[in-house]
Design a binder for this molecule. Structure first.
Ligand code: ADP
Ligand code: MG
Length: 331
């Protein structure tokens, strides 16, 4: 009996210890960019010199600011919506931050041979995956052909006052940062956490992650979701330092119509969802790159994978039959 009680007591103590190491993390969840954004701060950063709650709050505010600045949805005006309403071939100034992310996006468009395209706003609005009412049927083939923008329709130019501006050459050309702004927001969130002295944290925006430091004396554990079994992981990684890991999947926003899956990752050449993969996960040096490239490689399919090593990025692709290609080796 005494032995039983001792065992019971020991089990209870062990349970407390493991629960404590988790309880020492600070967790905070906010709804930003249409997804739950989870902030986790490791115990090492919980000391009197750091106001963890203020740091998280500042990071969340910055991420919300980025959503407001880059979204093409809702009623609030911003520079992107203004640009998308300009007459063709009329140069307008863009805020420094928008111009800079646009330049990064256009470089990835070029490097991915057009698979990633920040000018797909018209098509994305037509498909409606980010609208408040989720679609249940595809648009007509005619409507898609009509909304398809020309391949190069955004250009930097000089304005009448001699300053640099941007124009679109065609009304079908609408900026949409949906495949890159979440990564950028995560990067800015991490930057703000660091400015507050935090060195060990994760920002997880619906599976799009940047982590810094460690989890106590261990690496952080990151699970990659199985594209078809929601509760299952296809991979669990132990990562530390500064790692961004982002997944694009055909399971995030989709509907099934007449037995066929239609999802939110659009092939810019056809205007239809890419039929290449179930999911693509990228590890890159920041979340902006990982976000944009996970979308780009999803559109490109397996042929987009070889290029990733040249950028020192890792890729894991699950093809349409569920087969794995590539690997996510920790650096
Ligand atoms: P999520 O936002 O669901 O994590 P992504 O980062 O892959 O997924 O971005 C998907 C969004 O990007 C779409 O909702 C749409 O706004 C936009 N998009 C779709 N296809 C493309 C594409 N080929 N290039 C650039 N942006 C795209
Ligand atoms: Mg993306």
């Amino acid at each position: 009996m005494a032995l039983f009680l001792l065992r019971y007591f020991m089990a209870f103590v062990l349970l407390l210890i493991s629960a404590c190491s988790q309880a020492n993390d600070v967790h905070e969840t906010r709804f930003i960019m249409g997804t739950l954004v989870k902030f986790t701060i490791a115990p090492a950063d919980r000391h009197e010199n750091i106001d963890v709650a203020a740091a998280i709050s500042a990071a969340a505010n910055e991420m919300q600011r980025i959503e407001n600045a880059f979204t093409i949805y809702g009623d609030q005006s911003n520079a992107i919506k203004t640009f998308n309403a300009t007459a063709p071939n009329t140069a307008v100034a863009l805020p420094e931050e928008v111009a800079s992310l646009l330049q990064r996006a256009l470089l990835i468009k070029q490097q991915s041979k057009g698979a990633f395209d920040p000018a797909l706003g018209g098509l994305n609005l037509l498909w409606g995956f980010s609208a408040s009412d989720a679609p249940t049927t595809p648009p007509s083939a005619e409507a898609i052909t009509k909304a398809l923008p020309p391949q190069h329709c955004i250009a930097q130019t000089s304005m009448a006052n001699g300053k640099s501006g941007w124009l679109r050459t065609d009304t079908r050309c609408l900026l949409d940062f949906g495949a890159i702004a979440k990564g950028y927001a995560i990067d800015q969130g991490i930057k703000i956490l660091r400015q507050h002295g935090i060195k060990n944290a994760i920002i997880n925006a619906g599976g799009d992650i940047r982590l810094i430091g460690k989890h106590g004396d261990k690496p952080w554990r990151i699970g990659i979701r199985h594209p078809r079994q929601q509760a299952e992981m296809i991979e669990t990684l132990q990562l530390e330092g500064d790692v961004s890991i982002v997944t694009s999947g055909d399971y995030e926003r989709f509907f099934i119509y007449q037995g066929k899956r239609y999802h939110h990752l659009i092939n810019p050449q056809t205007g239809w969802p890419a039929q290449t993969a179930q999911s693509v996960t990228i590890i890159a040096r920041n979340a902006t790159l990982a976000d944009a490239w996970s979308t780009a490689v999803f559109i490109q399919g397996k042929k987009g994978m070889a290029q990733q090593s040249q950028f020192n990025q890792q890729v894991l692709l699950i093809d349409q039959s569920g087969k794995r290609f590539g690997s996510l080796k920790p650096r």
